[in-house]
Design a protein around this ligand. Structure first.
Ligand code: BGC
Length: 427
């Protein structure tokens, strides 16, 4: 059976402020681009020019029948200098969310998605203990201003990815390589999430708050090799489980220490899952097995993993599950429809309470250190002209929404002819 129904799971798309808005804003990423750290030399100052095209993009969401939109806010726009709010920028976001609601699209708003104002990065970012209070103030400001239209919030996107890329591998701003600092930033972000959870509920009791956690399957390269098995478990614990446990429960286990003033509790109303890939582990870190399906960035395509991660997370933290991101780098839209189909089929066949699925990304997005070279959108952005063109995968997505599932016709039209690239050698 190729057709399936998607009962109980609403579909939407996701974006992040720095990755689509464009504009000369003083963020950590604009500075990183100016320092020549982006592989294709691009800058988030261009991206998809969404800041200027909010009305057009909202109309396109509505035209495609998309009723759920996960979007981000750029902290550096809202607070361009320490303690100075930019009321015009806040009004812009207010208009954006009001426009979405008027068009029948429900916003889910992310407050921190790898982006810091330049002045805060200079002050030490999340290594500076006062950043927690600064973030509280941002959270309070956004909730106060946007609450008439927004009820669902994600304070922090993928805190594990941000901490490791920025403080362990040194590829992202501020380019540090220190395990101690990585753990401090991971712990600070978990605390920031807990504080935000409490604050949002004080200000807006009916709010729903969760994290968008980047979760992977870590599989030992050789399941009979005890070192591979141990490495897979350790990577899993250090990269994702320990921090997620701290964020969701307020209990900071090893390698963290319990921060003063943080009480055990339940700090999630839904569990957000960003799922992209499986890692094959030989020693602590990640790798990709040979002869598996991969995307254009070489990440393994492993649809069953979506349910594997949702299952462990649901057993540990029972709540409605939102797939807050899932998507793939496919520069020519040659296999995205198949990717979408196979991941949604997993959801359709599962007994887990997966209530939302947000595809990453709506338009092509500025992909951090890969810049404009890695395309994830269901809508193509021609960067020089900023023209949008709905891709075949976008048409397929709209068709799934309108039929509340995949029909035989849709399968034949968009999926049947697609195959994935293969990884020829293990990495
Ligand atoms: C991030 C996005 C990113 C996507 C694809 C996620 O880890 O939240 O910002 O564009 O993956 O790499």
């Amino acid at each position: 059976m190729r057709a399936f129904e998607l009962a109980g799971c609403e579909l939407g798309v996701a974006t992040a402020a720095t990755q689509i808005e464009g504009g000369h804003v003083d963020t950590n990423w604009h500075r990183w681009a100016a320092a020549g750290r982006i592989s294709d030399g691009s800058s988030p100052a261009r991206a998809s020019g969404h800041w200027q095209r909010v009305t057009e993009d909202t109309a396109l969401l509505a035209e495609l029948g998309i009723r759920h939109y996960r979007m981000g806010v750029e902290w550096a726009r809202v607070e361009p200098r320490a303690d100075v709010w930019d009321e015009a920028a806040i009004a812009h976001y207010r208009d954006e969310v009001a426009g979405l609601v008027a068009a029948g699209v429900r916003p889910l708003v992310t407050m921190h998605h790898f982006n810091l104002p330049g002045w805060l990065e200079e002050a030490g970012g999340w290594l500076n203990p006062t950043t927690l209070e600064r973030f509280d103030r941002l959270v309070a400001k956004l909730v106060t201003e946007l609450a008439p239209w927004v009820r669902e919030w994600i304070p922090i996107n993928e805190p594990n990815v941000y901490a490791t890329n920025s403080y362990l591998f040194g590829d992202w701003p501020p380019g540090q390589r220190s395990l101690g600092r990585t753990l401090s930033v991971m712990a600070a972000l978990a605390q920031a999430h807990i504080r935000a959870y409490q604050l949002i509920h004080q200000l807006q009791p009916e709010a729903r708050v969760g994290s968008a956690s980047h979760l992977r399957v870590f599989a030992p390269a050789n399941p009979r090799n005890p070192w591979h098995r141990l490495s897979a478990r350790l990577t899993d614990h250090l990269f994702q489980r320990a921090q997620l446990h701290a964020m969701n429960t307020g209990q900071f286990r090893l390698p963290f220490r319990q921060p003063r003033g943080v009480r055990p509790g339940r700090y999630y109303d839904f569990q957000g899952v960003n799922y992209y890939t499986r890692s094959t582990v030989r020693s602590i870190g990640d790798g990709v097995a040979a002869d598996v399906d991969v995307n254009d960035l070489g990440w393994e395509i492993y649809p069953a993993g979506l349910i594997e991660v949702c299952r462990w997370v649901h057993e540990a933290y029972p709540a409605p599950i939102y797939i807050t991101e899932n998507g793939t780098c496919d520069n020519t839209d040659a296999f995205r429809s198949r990717y979408l189909y196979e991941h949604l089929a997993q959801i359709a066949a599962s007994d887990l309470p997966i209530q939302r699925y947000y595809h990453w990304c709506f338009t092509d997005n500025w992909e951090w250190v890969e810049g404009e070279a890695a395309r994830f959108g269901i809508v193509h952005t021609d960067y020089p002209s900023q023209q949008r063109t709905v891709k075949d995968s976008g048409r397929f997505f709209a068709d799934i929404i309108s039929h509340r599932g995949v029909t035989e016709d849709a399968y034949a039209r968009w999926v049947a002819g697609q195959t994935y690239p293969t990884n020829r050698g293990a990495r």
